[in-house]
Design a protein around this ligand. Structure first.
Ligand code: ATP
Length: 246
């Protein structure tokens, strides 16, 4: 069907019972698309991803209004692991590999919702075909790998749950431009060949718009503009206010 995979409708998020951070955010993520959530520091991108993957509680945040639906089904009450089982997984900002584990051990932690050893092994091989660097480094302790390898490891780990949708928070953060490009190319490949849908939060507007199908721009907890990525990339306001960023 053509119904979007994910529909977020008018969500408000409050931290610590008082701080209103999302002020009615609505967005849609079509099946097999790459959607970019753009905007500066503190605009609310991470909070939006956390609201979707139900990771706000640990941050003392809660969704106080609005709805979040995956294929028409409300998901706001599912735990993060339930969501992983439904095919929605988040890659947190800052990569968060387990520093003392090897790359391969890190990847395997991503299969925690699965039990079939053969399927897990096949999935690991598939991750290595997309990330040959990770295969080379599979026995290295994550702490001793590069920032780019750790970002790849974080994405690879998410892929070990065999997701339909990956929420990717700030994949470019702290990485050299050519590494960012390498990561985005793999994202594009995964989208095209494995039909993985991506919702990615990025401050690097120009890079994200080159890879995304559609973009939403956030400011102070609201969506202020949205459109096809090529339209946004050519929009004068976007050029003036956002394309220098990241
Ligand atoms: P960044 O790129 O810096 O992560 P962002 O667009 O993802 O920016 P958020 O991290 O969602 O923005 O933050 C949005 C607002 O919510 C900011 O003003 C931030 O200070 C506030 N905020 C984030 N986390 C918390 C928290 N746990 N408690 C209180 N306020 C928070």
């Amino acid at each position: 069907t053509d119904a979007p995979l994910l529909v977020v409708n008018g969500i408000e998020v409050i931290y610590n019972h008082v701080i209103l951070v999302l002020k009615g955010v609505s967005l849609q993520v079509p099946r097999q698309s790459i959607v970019a959530l753009l905007g500066g520091n503190g605009a609310g991108k991470t909070t939006t991803l956390r609201a979707i993957s139900n990771l706000l509680r640990g941050e003392r945040g809660e969704v106080t209004k609005g709805t979040i639906a995956l294929e028409g089904e409300q998901i706001a009450n599912l735990t993060p692991s339930d969501l992983v089982r439904r095919g929605v997984v988040q890659v947190m900002e800052g990569r968060h590999c387990f520093a003392h584990l090897s790359i391969e051990e890190n990847l395997l932690t991503g299969a925690y919702t699965r039990t079939n050893a053969g399927e897990i092994a096949a999935n690991l091989e598939k991750v290595y075909t997309y990330f040959p660097r990770l295969k080379t480094r599979r026995h290295s302790q994550a702490a001793y790998t590069s920032g780019g390898e750790q970002q790849m490891c974080a994405i690879g780990r998410a892929l070990m749950s065999n997701p339909r949708m990956v929420l990717l928070d700030e994949p470019s953060m702290g990485l050299a431009p050519q590494i960012v490009e390498e990561v985005f190319n793999i994202v594009k490949d995964l989208n095209a060949r494995e039909q993985v849908t991506f919702l990615l939060a990025e401050q690097n507007t120009s890079m994200a718009l080159r890879y995304a199908d559609y973009g939403y721009i956030m400011e102070s907890g609201r969506i202020v503009m949205d459109g096809p990525a090529t339209d946004l990339a050519n929009n004068e306001d976007v050029k003036e206010f956002y394309l220098g960023m990241g």
